[in-house]
Write a protein that binds this ligand. Structure first.
Ligand code: ZN
Length: 277
């Protein structure tokens, strides 16, 4: 099992949300200057833009598009709500296809007061309905399990085991999993489930940041790698032992870091990546 330090930025990818103050144009200008070679694009940055053109600009700047973030949810109290979610997922696939992103990351919803089993059943139906559309557009869907602190309203899929079960039930090259250290670091089964995920060909993406013990906000106070307690390098060694060879995607939501100078923050990301990932 390799847990050696990384020596270059070849596999570093940054999510656009990480530098939230920047527009997609500023990102296309500033990431390559800093030596970042890959980007995962959040859909809000494509609003009132032509996705195909943005994709061309990203590639023209020497970067690769790793994924489009995000679709999913699938849950609803009424059929209309479920249909709205489905329509949005089809749009996400259209956008990914135009952008040239091979993967759409899915957050699979939960509803306050609705049982987890009902949410899981709705997610299953949603994925089943969406899969032919994803296949037709050659876009892969990556189920991202979220930390159980989001099980009330955001995600009924909270462990890698549950995500693996979903992916294995479909047994399709178009449905897999995104492993995010922020959501999964605490799970005593993580190493085994990473192995299982890789063995079934389902390990589509690897997201990194850190878990601060003095977190002030459940959503927007994630840490830069090294600021918290996640054993990121160890988890990287597990996903790589499971056969993962893709990008290491830095995805940080942080009011504190968004307030800082974003060019300096990007430099800190690079240093932290080489030091702690
Ligand atoms: Zn993530």
């Amino acid at each position: 099992m390799s847990s050696e330090k990384l020596t270059n930025l070849d596999r570093l990818c940054v999510h656009t949300i990480t530098t939230k103050p920047w527009s997609i144009e500023e990102i296309i200008e500033n990431y390559p200057k800093a030596g970042v070679k890959a980007v995962s694009v959040w859909r809000d940055l494509l609003e009132s833009r032509e996705a195909a053109k943005i994709g061309e600009q990203i590639r023209g700047a020497g970067m690769e598009v790793v994924s489009l973030v995000r679709g999913g949810f699938f849950t609803g109290k009424t059929n209309t709500e479920i249909q709205t979610s489905f329509d949005d997922n089809r749009r996400a696939i259209d956008e990914a296809s135009a952008l040239g992103a091979p993967i759409v990351v899915l957050v699979c919803g939960a509803l306050p007061g609705q049982s987890i089993h009902r949410s899981i059943a709705q997610i299953h139906t949603g994925l089943e309905t969406l899969l032919p559309y994803a296949e037709a557009h050659n876009i892969k869907l990556a189920i991202e399990p979220l930390h159980p602190m989001y099980a009330d309203s955001r995600s009924a899929i909270c462990t890698l085991k549950t995500a693996n079960e979903f992916a294995e039930r479909f047994n399709s090259p178009y449905i897999g999993v995104a492993v995010d250290v922020f959501h999964l670091w605490w799970d005593p089964d993580l190493q085994n489930e990473c192995k299982r995920c890789g063995e079934h060909g389902n390990l589509f993406a690897f997201h990194i940041c850190d878990w601060k013990m003095d977190m002030e906000d459940m959503l927007n106070d994630r840490g830069l790698m090294g600021e918290g307690i996640i054993r990121i390098r160890e988890i990287r060694s597990w996903v790589e032992a499971a056969g993962f060879t893709g990008f290491h995607e830095v995805e940080i939501f942080s009011n504190r870091l968004w307030e800082s100078n974003q060019k300096e923050f990007l430099e800190r990301i690079k240093q932290a990546y080489l030091e702690y990932v």
